[in-house]
Every structure is written in structure tokens, then in C-alpha cells.
Design a binder for this molecule. Structure first.
Ligand SMILES: [Zn+2]
Length: 363
């Protein structure tokens, strides 16, 4: 697989929705646009073909603001899985997940892994101010940023997008994790694809980043950003029948379960009724696959109840996603201190190190 690199936008490209990019580009394409400040902002869109908000934000920004005016800062855009985008899919069946193939992941020897090594080398040579990677998700989730290093400049970059920031170190091979070794980087989760306010928000964020002179490395106060850490993945016991609302299934989840996403829930909150089925209707595992269900839930009172303060994300009413992937992820608030300082070794506070076994967000 060959990477196409361009120093201009092909005619008419900004008019095209994600589904039509493949006809013109034929595959992953890295486009460099010159701005007043030569140090570029590096932006990746459509690593997952059906997550189109990033591309829509880029093309709207360039069309509306910079068709005739020069960019305040150079912009390098990687347009990722155009082939999957053509089919409105995250990836094709015979493709690897692009956002697992960056250097440091498990697919460095694959075609796409080699290409992303090439992209990474190019990005390193450009010394970008920051690297951004735009994604969408399912269910009702607020927009949030994810980072892979807890350093002031990463927190400052991410918190320009959202006050809610998620820290993760797994899965490996994601762009933001890989490029976090080169520059401040972040994965931007922009809600569900096609939502206009996701595009508005992403476009505004891009515009902000293009106008930044630098990203300060001065520490942030704990009040300025809410940082959360993925600690567990929750699945429905495969022997349990489940539904939503008043249903006679083993588990009757409360309706609108996904309104709980990114809400800090106290203990004693019910996620639904238990009418029968297996004794342990939900299974929560940490990243090692260790069953940690009892740490978060109790089931002995006819309800699925939380037993400690916890924040879920990616709760979805989509039965297929629940069956194929998971019910949700659980996150802990990270109480970081102002004195977390910049070193090459990323010393993490003890509170994080203890739980440094996050679940796998589907970034
Ligand atoms: Zn994605």
C-alpha cells in the first residue's frame, strides 16, 4: 500500500463527502497546506471510515475561512481509510483497524503499519505543534478528548476541546498514543457521526489550534480539567437475556441508559431490574481480563446496583454493539496534582499507577 503525499488540495476535494474521497484519492493521503507559521498542525480524519465528523470539519473550515485567505499556520491532513468510508464502514472485513496500526502497536509489520511508520517519520520531520485525531462513537456521549500522557501541554490541548479528558494507555497502536512521543497529541471523540454540532465544535477547535502560538507547559489546576481513567470493561453475561424498559427479560435495563454516560454516579445507583437468569448478569473485567465485577456492582437485591462511585462511558442502547462489543466502560476520576511535572519518563502519581490497567476504549 502506497501513501500519497500532496502539497495542495486536489480540485473539488472539499466538495466531497467522505464516501466519495476514495474515487479521487484512491487510498490514504497526506496533504500539506502552507500557512503563515510554517510549523504545522497535524490532523488525521477518517481512520474509521464511518466516522466522518473530522473530515466534514476540515472541509468546512477550509472552504469557509481559507479559500482565499492564507492559513495562520501550516496544516498537514492525513485522510485515512477512504476505502472503508466509501462503504460507510469503520473498516472492511479484510482490513486491520487503522487506529491500531501506528508504531508501538502490534501491527507494525502490516502494510498499513509500514505506511504509518512512514507517516510518523514524516510527522517527526515536520515537528508539528500538535497531532489531532478525530473520531465518532455510538450512544449518547458528550464530546471528549483522550490523551496518553499526563503532562500540562497535553491537558491544555485536550481541555481546549472539552473539560472532560480521558487518559488511556491501551489499546496500543493508536495514533494519539504513538505520536504522544513526538508532540502533544489527542484523540477527539466528537459524538455521533453526522451531528451538525459535532462538526461545528470540531471546526471551532481546529480554528483555535491553528491560531495558537504555542501550547503552554505551565501546569493546570485540578479545577480546570476533569481527567478520567479507563479502568474496566463491562459486558452482559452471554447467558443473560436483556432488554430495555419494562420487558420480561432476565435483565431489564432502565430506558435511556446512555444518559448516564460521563455522569459521576454515586454508589447505590440502579442500572436496571434483574428478573432471573445467571447470578452475575454483568461481567466487569480489567485490562488483564481479571473479573472485577464485585468491585463495581451488586446484584442481590433484584437490581443491578453500583457499589462505589464510578463514571460509565459508551453506554449504548444498541443491542448489536452490546452483544458484539460491550455494554460500557468504567472510568475513575484522576485526582492529579499541580506538581505533576514534565519529564521524559512520565512519572505517574500513585493513584494512577495503581489502576494503570484501563479497559479498551473503541477509539
Ligand atoms: Zn474511531
Amino acid at each position: 500500500m502506497k501513501l500519497t503525499e500532496l502539497d495542495h488540495l486536489p480540485d473539488g476535494l472539499l466538495e466531497l463527502p467522505a464516501t466519495e474521497l476514495h474515487n479521487v484519492l484512491g487510498g490514504p493521503t497526506l496533504i500539506h497546506l502552507q500557512g503563515q507559521n510554517p510549523q504545522p498542525l497535524f490532523v488525521t480524519v477518517i481512520q474509521h471510515g464511518n466516522e466522518t465528523t473530522g473530515w466534514d470539519a476540515v472541509r468546512r473550515l477550509l472552504k469557509s475561512h481559507y479559500e482565499f485567505d492564507q492559513l495562520p499556520r501550516s496544516l498537514s491532513i492525513l485522510i485515512g481509510n477512504t476505502e472503508a468510508a466509501k462503504h460507510r464502514l469503520r473498516r472492511l472485513d479484510d482490513q486491520l483497524d487503522y487506529n491500531r496500526c501506528w508504531p508501538g502497536g502490534n501491527f507494525e509489520d502490516s502494510d498499513i503499519g509500514k505506511m504509518f511508520q512512514q507517516v510518523t517519520d514524516r510527522v517527526r520531520s515536520l515537528s508539528p505543534i500538535a497531532a489531532l485525531d478525530f473520531h465518532n462513537n455510538t450512544g449518547l456521549n458528550p464530546h471528549y478528548a483522550a490523551i496518553n500522557r499526563i503532562r500540562p501541554e497535553f491537558l491544555r490541548l485536550a481541555s481546549r476541546f472539552s473539560s472532560k479528558v480521558v487518559y488511556f494507555t491501551m489499546p496500543v497502536g493508536t495514533q494519539s498514543l504513538s505520536l504522544s512521543k513526538l508532540c502533544p497529541s489527542s484523540t477527539l471523540e466528537c459524538g455521533q457521526a453526522g451531528e451538525i454540532h459535532g462538526t461545528d465544535h470540531s471546526m471551532g477547535f481546529l480554528e483555535t489550534c491553528l491560531h495558537l502560538d504555542n501550547i503552554p507547559t505551565t501546569p493546570m489546576g485540578a479545577e480546570d480539567v476533569h481527567l478520567f481513567h479507563m479502568v474496566a470493561t463491562v459486558r452482559v453475561n452471554k447467558d443473560a437475556l436483556f432488554g430495555f424498559g419494562h420487558v420480561p427479560a432476565d435483565i431489564a435495563f432502565r430506558e435511556n441508559l446512555d444518559v448516564l454516560n460521563f455522569q459521576e454516579l454515586p454508589d447505590g445507583i440502579s442500572l436496571g431490574d434483574i428478573n432471573g437468569g445467571p447470578a452475575q448478569p454483568l461481567v466487569a473485567t480489567d485490562i488483564n481480563g481479571v473479573d472485577v465485577t464485585g468491585k463495581y456492582f451488586r446484584f442481590d437485591r433484584g437490581q443491578i446496583e453500583t457499589v462505589r462511585e464510578i463514571m460509565p462511558s459508551m453506554l449504548t442502547p444498541d443491542r448489536r454493539v452490546i452483544q458484539q462489543d460491550c455494554l460500557c466502560y468504567l472510568m475513575d476520576r484522576v485526582h492529579f496534582e499541580d506538581h505533576i511535572e514534565v519529564t521524559d519518563h512520565d512519572p505517574l502519581p500513585e493513584s494512577i499507577r495503581r489502576t494503570d490497567r484501563p479497559g479498551e476504549p473503541s477509539l
